[in-house]
Design a protein around this ligand. Structure first.
Ligand SMILES: Cc1cc2nc3c(=O)[nH]c(=O)nc-3n(C[C@H](O)[C@H](O)[C@H](O)COP(=O)(O)OP(=O)(O)OC[C@H]3O[C@@H](n4cnc5c(N)ncnc54)[C@H](O)[C@@H]3O)c2cc1C
Length: 63
């Protein structure tokens, strides 16, 4: 969701959003990093699916 939001923000600001004159390009890079460090998307999915299969967590448990 963070990736989608910052992508939309950059789109709204057009070329200006891509330059270093605004903080948007930094937010864009930082948001992308959330999906790499501390467990990539794929590894997070592996962890979540393993916990679901083991019954440690249930879908909607934290809602
Ligand atoms: C800025 C930054 C800060 C970091 N800080 C930390 C930190 O504080 N502590 C720490 O421990 N690590 C840290 N890391 C390391 C980070 O956790 C690793 O980059 C991450 O584990 C991915 O490893 P890798 O880069 O070697 O990619 P690889 O392991 O080579 O993975 C490449 C791609 O293959 C996918 N992939 C790999 N294995 C599988 C699999 N079994 N099934 C499906 N897909 C797979 C990955 O999801 C990824 O998309 C940091 C990385 C960065 C860039």
């Amino acid at each position: 969701m963070g990736n989608r939001v910052v992508d939309r923000v950059m789109q709204i600001h057009g070329g200006m959003g891509y330059t270093r004159e605004s903080p948007i390009e930094r937010w864009y890079r930082e948001a992308r990093l959330w999906r790499i460090y501390d467990g990539t998307d794929e590894i997070q999915r592996l962890i979540i699916s393993r916990n679901l299969i083991k019954g440690n967590v249930k879908l909607g448990q934290f809602v």
